[in-house]
Design a protein around this ligand. Structure first.
Ligand code: PNS
Length: 161
C-alpha cells in the first residue's frame, strides 16, 4: 500500500525548518500533503493563499509533495483523503507538551491516524515563523531562516506591515 502522510501547520511564513521536515518526510513516505491550516490560537500575518503560494514555490522541486489549504479538523481531512499519518517536527521539550496533546486529540478523533515526530535538524533548533517575523520587522537579515526562492517575497511582505 502507498503511504500518504500530512505535514500540517500554519506556515506563517514557511521557514527552512519546515522545509527540512517536509523534505525528510518526502524520502520516507510515498506522498506528502503539506496542509496549510489556521491555528485558532494565532492570528496569521500572511493570508492562507499567500502561505500556500510560498510553500508551493519552496517545494516545487520535490515530486511527491503537494500543498493544500483547508478549514476544519485535521483528523477529518485525513480520513476523507486516505492519509494515514501526521508528520511533525519537534524542536525542544517546549514543543513536546503541545504536540503530544494534539497527537492524542487527533487519535481520539480518528483512531486510524498516527502521528510521527521527526527531531528537527540542530541547525534549526532556534527557528520559528515568529522569529522570522520579529527579525524582519526590526530590519535584521532573514536569509539563513527562509528558503532563498521566497526570501524576497517574504521580506517585502513583512516590510509592508
Ligand atoms: O504550525 P502550528 O501553528 O503549530 O500548526 C498547528 C495546526 C494548524 C496543525 C493545528 O492548530 C491544527 O491541526 N489545526 C486544525 C484544527 C484541528 O484539527 N485541531 C486539532 C484539534 S484541537
Amino acid at each position: 500500500m502507498k503511504t500518504k502522510v500530512i505535514c500540517p501547520g500554519s506556515f506563517d511564513p514557511v521557514t527552512l525548518g519546515h522545509i527540512d521536515i517536509i523534505t525528510r518526510a518526502s524520502t520516507m513516505f510515498d506522498h506528502v500533503v503539506v496542509g496549510v491550516l489556521n491555528n485558532l490560537a494565532k492570528t496569521p500575518s500572511f493570508s492562507t493563499e499567500e502561505r500556500i503560494e510560498l510553500l508551493k514555490k519552496a517545494t516545487e522541486g520535490i515530486d511527491n509533495v503537494e500543498v493544500v489549504g483547508f478549514d476544519g479538523l485535521l483528523a477529518d481531512y485525513a480520513r476523507d483523503n486516505g492519509i494515514t499519518a501526521i508528520v511533525k517536527g519537534l524542536r525542544a521539550m517546549s514543543d513536546f507538551e503541545y504536540e503530544f496533546q494534539q497527537a492524542l486529540i487527533n487519535k481520539k478523533l480518528n483512531p486510524d491516524l498516527e502521528t510521527v515526530f521527526l527531531t528537527c535538524n540542530s541547525d534549526y533548533l532556534y527557528l520559528s515563523s515568529s522569529v522570522v517575523k520579529q527579525v524582519a520587522s526590526l530590519g535584521g537579515d532573514i536569509s539563513s531562516f527562509v528558503p532563498e526562492c521566497v526570501h524576497d517575497e517574504i521580506l517585502k511582505r513583512l516590510k509592508q506591515k
